[in-house]
Design a protein around this ligand. Structure first.
Ligand code: GRF
Length: 208
């Protein structure tokens, strides 16, 4: 059984996709131990509670400085001792000591085709605003392992989504979530739960 903790910051639609996929059997052999958010009013926490899953809040604002938060967040995660940490719309940088402790057992969903439109400052709606500003015709989402960089870890999977005339950032974000994020993240979790992924020379291979 793959025991996972899901980290969230906002609406929790990616978390919901995971929970629904577990219920429908799209994800097998997986149990959500807890949902952790830096935002006490995140709707994602309500989604967890509705499913009887422990919902925890841990925020940098609760600590005097970022280093104290990083230590506490890492200790909290070690205490939960998940097999996999899933960042699902989580907007706080993962502490280096957590990356070191859970190397290649942390995955993230990013709403663009990495290496485009990623890195510092590229999150949430901002990603789609920049996509429309640049006028690219194809965007999408990427699920990747988390390393000490920002959106730089080995890529697990990507899915392309067409930009359409008249798209606003909100319309495009929704299409990317529906067509890419909510598909890629559950599939990546199921692949990991069923031992289908291998990392060779920092690149991910999927074996059916
Ligand atoms: C969305 O911008 C999504 O593209 C990104 O995180 C944000 C919130 O997602 N992954 P969620 O609804 O909280 O899962």
């Amino acid at each position: 059984m793959l025991r996972i903790v899901v980290c969230v910051s906002g609406g929790g639609t990616n978390l919901q996709a995971i929970l629904d996929a577990i219920d429908s059997g799209t994800i097998t052999g997986t149990q959500v131990l807890a949902v952790v958010s830096n935002n006490g009013s995140a709707k994602a926490l309500e989604r967890a509670k509705a499913r009887g899953i422990e919902a925890k809040v841990i925020s940098p604002r609760q600590y005097g400085d970022r280093e104290a938060f990083n230590r506490a967040f890492t200790e909290e995660m070690k205490a939960l001792s998940p097999d996999l940490i899933v960042l699902a719309g989580f907007l706080v940088r993962i502490p280096p000591q957590m990356v070191a402790a859970f190397g290649n057992r942390i995955i993230n969903i990013h709403p663009s085709l990495i290496p485009s439109f990623c890195g510092v400052g590229y999150y949430g709606l901002k990603v789609h605003e920049k996509v429309l500003e640049r006028g690219v015709k194809v965007t999408g989402a990427t699920v990747h392992f988390v390393n000490e960089g920002m959106d730089e870890g080995p890529i697990i999977a990507q899915k392309a989504v067409y930009v359409e005339d008249g798209d606003t950032p909100e319309i495009l974000q929704r299409r990317v979530m529906e067509q890419a994020e909510w598909v890629l993240l559950p599939r990546a979790i199921d692949d990991i739960a069923n031992g289908r992924l291998q990392i060779v020379d920092n690149r991910v291979r999927r074996q059916i």
